[in-house]
Design a protein around this ligand. Structure first.
Ligand code: SDX
Length: 426
């Protein structure tokens, strides 16, 4: 087992230490390489770059494995609850019964928003995309909760983390109700996290809201599946923003903005729109040909890390079946999705590129059946991922070797030249 790599440039050789983790690929430590060699390493898109050391989430893309603090996602989705997973991600261990009672109380008693915060939503048009509302609202939280912005104070870091986990459902539900022209619903402390969220989204003053335990369980499981995912684009955004010392509300708002992209968290909305565009099983061959002709991508398929099944996609698919059955919905788009998956998985173009369904492929059908419009899909992703973002932010901030993130570049622009007066240009 070697403990160093040697890189030779011209007549010079550079020894680079190899660092080993508890599992997964070793890394070549290039931190001193530029200082020694006057060369940068080059890796746009970070396809071969480990940006940090972390103990939170481990993914084996070839084996389709996802662990949160060592626990497989399938076990957590089946056995745990989202709030328990929040404690696990934030604190490193599953909580004891007493620890969970205290944690759940801390979260529950932060679910309300400052009364004046509700007027913030009035500034948006009713047809504003809810992700625009989320990005703005979360960034504005610092204006209402300025007593927990001192990131150097561990107590304030903990309060901010609790506030973000607790208030995201309230903000998301307000973004949804506002878009529907319905009055805001205040959280209820006797309800569980996911039940509280569904009530804030779907209850109306004109009648009592009746919880559906199957849908509550499905919502909670969907949150678990989206909670964290190693150093994905939005998590890397949060870490980079946090490396400057920015407070967590600003960092999470940056993460929400990044997640919105169609290649990332926006793919769940795009995947449903793709299924709607295909419409019927008969149209699948023509659509797949369009993918192979590179006219568009198959949304909800492919992944930078998973070159096998996304373990979350299987759980998502089962949850989709459960919800549709519970609601007695026979969604023709589910047949299209299942047939499309079968066609893609047997087509050499997709096999060669190791393209499998990811978490976004079945989530749209499920969420639509639950009553969410597709504009809310990425909002739900952001709600759940907030605990992952804030856990990664906390880990980054508490790392004694923390430095501000400042990548360099391969410069291919104009070399130095003198200013030319306008009459001499031409
Ligand atoms: C999420 O990183 C995470 O962990 C993200 C996430 C999380 O939980 O945080 O898992 C959540 O973002 C899931 C991914 C959601 N995005 C989509 O479903 C959008 C569609 N997928 C693609 O855009 C793509 O697969 C990416 C962006 C997800 C990954 O792209 P990569 O790893 O950069 O791969 P690539 O673009 O280099 O593709 C390799 C090849 C290319 O073909 P060639 O040029 O080699 O011939 O595969 C092709 C691509 O054209 N390809 C696809 C495809 N995805 C990749 N072709 C058709 N359809 C696709 N979906």
């Amino acid at each position: 087992m070697t403990d160093k790599a040697t890189l030779t440039i011209g007549d010079k050789s550079y020894d680079l230490p190899i660092l080993k983790g508890s599992t997964g690929p070793d890394v070549v430590d290039v931190r001193k390489f530029y200082g020694d060699s006057d060369h940068f390493t080059f890796d746009p898109g970070f396809t071969s770059t480990a940006s940090c050391e972390s103990k939170i989430t481990y993914i084996d893309g070839d084996a389709g494995i996802l662990l949160h603090r060592g626990y497989p996602i399938g076990q957590l989705a089946e056995e745990s609850s989202f709030l328990e997973v929040c404690h696990l991600l934030l604190n490193g261990e599953l909580p004891t019964a007493d620890e969970f009672t205290l944690f759940e109380r801390n979260i529950t008693y932060h679910t309300m928003l400052h009364a004046q915060f509700d007027t913030f939503f009035q500034g948006f048009r009713r047809d504003a995309h809810p992700m625009a509302v989320m990005t703005g609202a979360v960034g504005a939280l610092s204006a209402f909760y300025s007593d927990s912005l001192n990131v150097d104070d561990p107590k304030q870091r903990e309060i901010s983390a609790h506030r973000l986990i607790a208030k995201m459902p309230t903000i998301a539900a307000r973004a949804f109700q506002y878009s529907q022209g319905r009055p805001f619903v205040t959280p209820r402390n006797e309800l569980s996290y996911s039940e509280n969220f569904l009530r804030m989204c779907f209850s109306v003053p004109a009648e009592d809201w009746v919880p559906n335990p199957v849908l509550t369980r499905a919502m909670d499981r969907i949150f678990i599946l989206h909670a964290d995912h190693e150093q994905n684009a939005s998590t890397s955004t949060v870490r980079l923003a946090g490396s400057s010392g920015a407070h967590p509300f600003a960092c999470i708002a940056a993460g929400i903005a990044c997640l919105w992209g169609p290649s990332h968290g926006g793919a769940n909305q795009e995947a449903l729109e793709m299924l709607e565009e295909i419409g019927t099983v008969e149209n699948i061959p023509a659509y797949v040909q369009g993918v192979k002709d590179r006219k568009y991508k198959l949304m909800g398929f492919g992944h930078r890390v998973y070159k096998n099944f996304d373990p979350r996609a299987k759980v998502m698919q089962n949850t989709c079946y459960e919800v549709l059955e519970q609601l007695g919905i026979n969604d023709p788009l589910l047949q299209v999705a299942m047939e499309l998956e079968k066609v893609a998985l047997s087509d050499q173009y997709f096999i060669d590129r190791k393209l499998y369904p990811n978490i976004d492929f079945y989530s749209g059908i499920t969420l639509r059946a639950m009553g969410f419009p597709k504009e809310m899909f990425t909002v739900l992703f952001a709600l759940a991922r907030t605990v992952g973002w804030i856990s990664q932010w906390k880990e980054m901030f508490e790392d004694p070797s923390r430095k501000i993130g400042r990548p360099r570049q391969l410069y291919t622009g104009a070399t130095q030249r003198d200013y030319l007066a306008v009459e001499k240009r031409g």
